[in-house]
Design a binder for this molecule. Sequence first.
Ligand code: TXA
Ligand code: MG
Length: 337
Amino acid sequence: MKTDFLDATKQSLKIAADYLKKQEVVAFPTETVYGLGADATSEVAVSKIFKAKGRPADNPLIVHVHHPQQINHYVTEIPAIAQKLIDTFMPGPFTIILKSNGKVASTVTAGLDTVAIRIPDHPIGRALIQEANLPLAAPSANLSGKPSPTTAKHVFHDLDGKIAGIIDGGATGVGLESTVVDATGDIPVILRPGGITKHQIEKVIGSVELASALKEEQPKSPGMKYNHYEPDAPLYLVDGEHDFFQEKIDHFQAQGKKVGVIATKPLIDQINADICYACGNRNNLSEVAAKLYFALRYFNDTNADIILAETYPNQEIGEAIMNRLNKAATNHLKQNI
Ligand code: TXA
Ligand code: MG
């Protein structure tokens, strides 16, 4: 299949919307990462998403709509707390899980009785949903297991020839996926940390739980592999001061390895490695979030044999950053302080 590389003009959006209406798959920008959209009510269209990404069928998709009122079309009810969350965070980097009324294709929800819904806060993403006049099932537009795409070029790299079109809307803003919150129980539960922080949610509804899988500390034992957000070279997280970091760089260089580093100022100015990718300043974690996936993909075009990454405080947006880094990493090197 030839993939149509589209700009974000009105005319292009019409072409993209026509693909969607014909049950084809189109990648589009959102404020978090690029999404891979298809008509959420069509089993045929949705199956093309799973095929293009190589995504396991038991991992459900988020349904994207352009207006809060549309949420009602796909759920049995909206509890009061959920409504508060919707009013505060949607549109935005926030996904709400509610009881499904069965109107979206069963492959979207992977057979669950719940459905995840999001309203992207991106003019192009929203305009596309409106133009197509369809709810769009859309996972991140990467090959399964790879870092999510934050530019159209990333999507092109992973999915050229496998999907009908890609709309280029420039680099995304937040850089990490939405926060996924299950609002079907009495107390909402964060299933995936993301662009909206736990603290922001607590300010609105008082209390929110973290899914138990997120509460465990996630240090990696050597060789342990999570098939998520993975760069081609193994990624090691390094917890420690610059001298400890340099010791690790020297250690791998002594084995003849080319060492890549993902870090922020001031650390990045205090160490020497073969290839460095600067993710901004440590006191601005939003910038780190925006650049993280870009950094992971950057090293695929280098000859780095191993990537060492700085770690960040596990709070505010740092919680989402560390969640992704832990999933991407094969090892975690800690300084004994
Ligand atoms: O920012 C984002 O959320 C991006 C953009 C494109 O909107 N999308 C995204 O989709 O990250 P994806 O498919 O990569 O991640 C969706 C997450 C998965 O962890 C999936 O398991 C979870 O949401 N999910 C979807 N439906 C669910 C449901 N009914 N119950 C529990 N988890 C669900
Ligand atoms: Mg994804």
